[in-house]
Every structure is written in C-alpha cells, then in structure tokens.
Write a protein that binds this ligand. Structure first.
Ligand code: ZN
Length: 445
C-alpha cells in the first residue's frame, strides 16, 4: 500500500520554501508575534518584566532563548479568557480541554485562526492523497476536542467531502463506510485497530477487501510501528501519523509524508525547539528532547515557547518528498506520562512495542502497577489475537508458552519484568478516543 495513495503538496510555496528563506520568514514572524503577545496580554508583559527583557531585545531567532517558557499550568491559571489577545468580538470558535486533571483550559480562535488551522490540516490531508472526489470519514470526536473539527476543516479545504460521523457507534461507522464508499479515515490509532477487529469479528466484514479506505490520518496518542503495520494490514490502508495539540491550534501541527520518516512540522506557522526538559537548554539537532512551540500566525491566543511535554527529535535534513520544512519523529511519549517501576523509567508505548513483537498477541492490553509491599509489581493484562484464541478453543492454559515469550520480550525491551496475565478475547476495555492503558495503584510516596 505504501506510496500509492497519490500524496501531494498543498502549499509548496511554504512547505518547499528554500531553508534560508524559511529561516528569514520564521524570524520576521517571531519578532512580530513577540510584540503582538506583549502588547495584547498582561500575562506576557509580566513574564517579560520578571525575565528582565523587552520585546525589542528579540531581534532574531538567536534571541529566542531569552523568552521565558509558557506552561500548561499558565493556561489553567488564566482560564477562561486570561490569554485572549483580541476582544470577544473577534473570537468565532472556542475549544476547551476536558480538565480531567484539574482546571480546564480554553483555546480561542479568530476567523483568521480558523483559516490558518484549515490550511495546516489541508496540508495533512494532501499528504494522505485526499482531493476532490474523495470522502473523508472523520471518526475523531466532534465537539470540545479539536480532533473532529480540525480534520473537518482540512478535509473540506482540499476539496474532499467530509462525513462528520464523530467517534463511537462502531457498527454504524463500518456500515456507512461501506455504503457511502468513504475513501479515507481519520481517528485515533487505537480506534482504527478496534474498528478493523470489530468489522471482522462482529460483522463478518473484511475491511481490507470490503471497504474503500485507501489511507488514514491517525493521531492524538503515541503509537508504535508494530501497531501501524497491524492497522495497515487490517484495514488495507496506508496509515499516516498526524500531530497537534489544542493549545497551539489542534491537529495539523505536523504530518507524515509518503516516506514515513517523521512528520513534517509546519515551521512557517509553528516555531519548534527541542530542549532538555530538565535544564531547558536546547539539545543538538537530532537529539531527543521536549518539543517547545511558538505560534507564528495566531491572533486569538498567541503562545510563546509553549512546553508541549512531548518527547521527540527534530531534523531539518532533506526529505525525498521535496518539502524543505523539518521533520519530527513520532512522539515517544509525554514527559509527564512516563512510568517509573522499580527505578526504571519508560513510556507505556514501549510495552506496546514489546507485546506486538510477539506473534499471536492482540492490540488490547492494560498495565496495572501496584506496590503490595516494598516492591513495585507490574501486571500486563493482554488478549491473544482472535485467531489464536479460537485455535486453542478458548483454553488459556494452552498458551503458557506464549505467556513466557511475552514476559521475556517485555523484560528485554522495557527493562522491567512483569506478570503477564493472558485473558480471553473481549475481556479488556476498548477505547474509542485516547486510550487509557495504565492504572497506577501505588500510593504517592
Ligand atoms: Zn517528506
């Protein structure tokens, strides 16, 4: 399937701009943005004062590090309108984080911001080959989550028809995909895998043969190459990674091209930096660190040096597709999602890498961490694939060898031993939005 979906470039004048010219454009936009944010927001006036700098001190990209960081917590503290840089007259759309971990945050868009957002997502949609005549099935949640509407705007911008089905109601997703002949799918990777399994197991439909999806733009959670391969085989599509975050704009900050060697980050709109999360200093190009973004074309809620918490690498090396804008690696995890078990730090995604490297293991798993006495105990609940489960007639005792194999893989890839609990197919929860796989039952010590 790779490279056969007719990827194209939506805005070559920006995406393929000579690097030198691009750096100049970024610089001009940064200076403008710094002055705008300072003039319009008391928050930045205060931050600049505390840091002992004035907007006039920012004369070029080399002065970027003088600007203090903006944190997610700053957005919470300024909920709901403390970071609104225009009057409410100018705002035409408001998104809101769920706030499950505390105060929610808002994202505020002017008409221009929505247009910039649509253009950014249109670049993503062109990458997956969408054009006039295509039908994009948007199975991201519509509503306060930016996934649904973001893909909606981008899909329409490239001239495709959009099916705004939102997430959930899987049976209807499959039925409409087949009846309406939708040609591409947008949802979380977890949900893409779930839809594929559901179609086969519950509806007797082989999505790779009976649906019309050619490509998918999948994101909103970290996912492994093993899961990509499974989804591609299951759905018969070419699967692309999309990256974004509501604080900056929503989905559409970065997207893979047909070479799948990282996601092109739209640097003319979002200025990236990679820092050491502990020291805040820049790391060398190509090294792992936390992604920091500055909005370069944003009116409603401009953000300077926003700490995304996402760990990745960034490179400006040439790409075969012809785009000159840099590429970020698939996000490894969030610095605050990292799990520490018996002193070993890792991201849950590493466990997924280990599980899916074993044949006969499904994408359905959860991780439970406890501390019954003094030592941490990690249990991985995982379902075998349906084929294997049927092969043994549902008798889990026949899968002892598989259990051992999984345990060995986890130990070697993650670096921590775990209790492997193989459970019957259909036991574990299915996720239609962002997957919540880790349950940490340890008391905070
Ligand atoms: Zn490329």
């Amino acid at each position: 399937m790779k490279g056969k979906v007719g990827s194209w470039i939506f805005e070559p004048e920006f995406e393929c701009m000579p690097r030198e010219k691009l750096e100049k454009l970024k610089e001009e936009r940064l200076i403008k943005m710094v002055n705008y944010a300072y003039d319009k927001l008391d928050f930045y006036k205060k931050r600049f004062k505390e840091a002992g700098i004035k907007p006039s001190d920012i004369k070029g990209l080399e002065d970027l590090t003088k600007i203090p960081f903006t944190y997610k917590d700053d957005l919470r503290k300024n909920y709901p309108y403390g970071l609104m840089a225009t009057s409410m007259d100018e705002i035409i759309e408001i998104h809101c984080s769920s706030g499950t971990t505390g105060t929610p945050t808002t994202a505020l868009y002017t008409a221009r911001d929505v247009e910039v957002w649509a253009r950014a997502v249109a670049r993503c949609c062109a990458s997956i080959g969408l054009r006039k005549g295509d039908i994009l099935q948007v199975a991201y949640g519509y509503g306060l989550f930016t996934g649904g509407l973001g893909l909606h705007y981008g899909g329409q911008k490239v001239g495709a028809a959009v099916l705004p089905i939102s997430s959930g109601e899987t049976e209807r997703q499959i039925r409409l995909a087949r009846e309406l002949k939708t040609t591409a799918i947008a949802c979380t990777p977890t949900y893409a895998a779930y839809m594929g399994e559901y179609a086969i197991e519950k509806m007797g439909i082989d999505p790779a043969k009976e649906l019309y999806w050619k490509s998918g733009t999948l994101g909103a959670e970290p996912w492994s190459e093993e899961l990509r391969e499974r989804i591609e085989n299951l759905l018969g599509i070419e699967a692309f990674d999309i990256y974004g975050l509501s604080e900056i704009i929503g989905p559409g900050v970065a997207h893979e091209c047909q070479y799948h060697n990282g996601s092109h980050l739209y640097e003319d709109l979002f200025l990236p930096e990679i820092i050491d999360p502990e020291t805040g200093e820049h790391v060398e190009e190509g090294e792992l660190g936390e992604l920091v973004l500055t909005t370069l074309d944003r009116e409603g809620m401009p953000l300077l040096r926003f700490r995304t918490g996402d760990l990745t690498r960034f490179t400006t090396e040439e790409c075969e597709c012809g785009r000159t804008i840099g590429r970020m690696e698939k996000v490894l995890g969030r610095s605050d999602d990292m799990v520490k078990v018996r002193g070993v730090k890792f991201w849950p995604k590493t466990v997924e890498d280990a599980l899916l490297s074993v044949k006969g293991v499904s994408t359905n798993y959860t991780i439970v961490i406890e501390r019954p006495k003094l030592l941490d105990v990690m249990t991985i609940n995982v379902e075998p694939t349906k084929e294997l489960y049927e092969e043994v007639g549902g008798d889990m005792s026949k899968l002892e060898d598989l259990k051992k194999e999984i345990a060995e893989k986890v130990k070697s890839i993650v670096g921590v031993s775990a209790i492997i609990n193989l459970v019957p197919v259909g036991t574990l929860p299915r996720f239609i939005g962002k997957a919540k796989r880790v349950e940490d039952r340890r008391k905070i010590t």
